[in-house]
Design a protein. Structure first.
Length: 273
């Protein structure tokens, strides 16, 4: 009995010692519990799954759109198919009426467009005429400078007699009768009211004293203007024979008359409306 009791005590001590060793192995020796690693996520599998879901959604949307489109067509067809003959005739008449109204409106707009074009052409023509009249009036009145073909007549001082106002007036009239459109004597622009009178030294033209040599510029047909001066027994011959003056006529394609004057205001004459 004593031996058996001792054996049991020894077994209990060994058991306690083994239990204590297990505790010491876990805490004091620095051993740690085993940690399980999480499985690595498969990225390719996740991507393929997303693509599959997206494709399915796109297919569903396309199917829904196709279904809606076909439903709309079927509804439209069914709308007209369900109408009776009177309603179809009414719709046809309404369409014809709309077409007729549109055609009428088109004709009205075309007529208005033609009227606007005609008015624009008339305004443009009126503007051109007004501009031409203004230019013509400006040239005649001496307000505008002029350029063109013509002649330059130079008259020297007379050796036999003083060149007087009468012969100079005749020269201007001969040039005007030959078709001169614009003229100037020395620095004086010749207009419809131009006058020439004698003075102690030279001549007075429209209140301005001019002295020889006298230069007359005229724009017109050069040949006709030259003939008007050089014609036998004409004003050119008179200047040479009677006054002993030298007369030189030069033709040119670029006669410039830049002598201008202010237009006079008519005191009595008025336009007829």
């Amino acid at each position: 009995m004593a031996r058996r009791s001792r054996s049991n005590n020894m077994l209990e001590k060994l058991h306690d010692q083994h239990a204590q060793d297990k505790v010491n192995d876990r805490m004091e020796t620095g051993s740690f519990p085993k940690v399980r690693k999480k499985p690595r996520r498969d990225l390719n599998r996740h991507t393929n799954r997303s693509r599959l879901i997206s494709s399915i959604l796109v297919m569903l949307m396309c199917a829904l759109l196709g279904f809606a489109y076909m439903s709309q067509i079927n509804n439209t067809k069914s709308t007209y198919e369900t109408l009776d003959e009177n309603e179809l005739v009414r719709l046809l008449n309404e369409s014809n009426t709309q077409i007729s109204n549109l055609e009428q409106r088109k004709s009205q707009l075309s007529s208005q467009l033609n009227s606007l074009k005609s008015a624009a052409n008339e305004q443009e023509q009126a503007r051109k005429i007004a501009k031409q009249n203004e230019e013509t009036s400006g040239l005649i009145s001496g307000r505008l400078a002029a350029r063109g073909r013509g002649v330059t007549v130079t008259i020297s001082k007379g050796t036999s007699a003083k060149v007087d106002a009468s012969i100079m007036f005749n020269l201007i009239e001969e040039l005007r009768n030959a078709g001169a459109e614009v003229m100037a004597v020395n620095e004086v622009r010749v207009v419809a009211s131009t006058y020439i009178q004698d003075a102690d030294s030279g001549l007075v033209c429209d209140g301005i004293t001019i002295e020889p040599p006298y230069t007359v510029k005229a724009i017109g047909n050069p040949q006709e203007l030259s003939n008007a001066v050089d014609i036998a027994g004409g004003v050119g011959a008179q200047l040479q024979v009677k006054y002993g003056a030298t007369v030189d006529v030069q033709s040119s394609d670029n006669i410039i008359i830049d002598e201008v004057r202010e237009a006079t205001q008519n005191k009595y004459a008025k336009t007829v409306e």
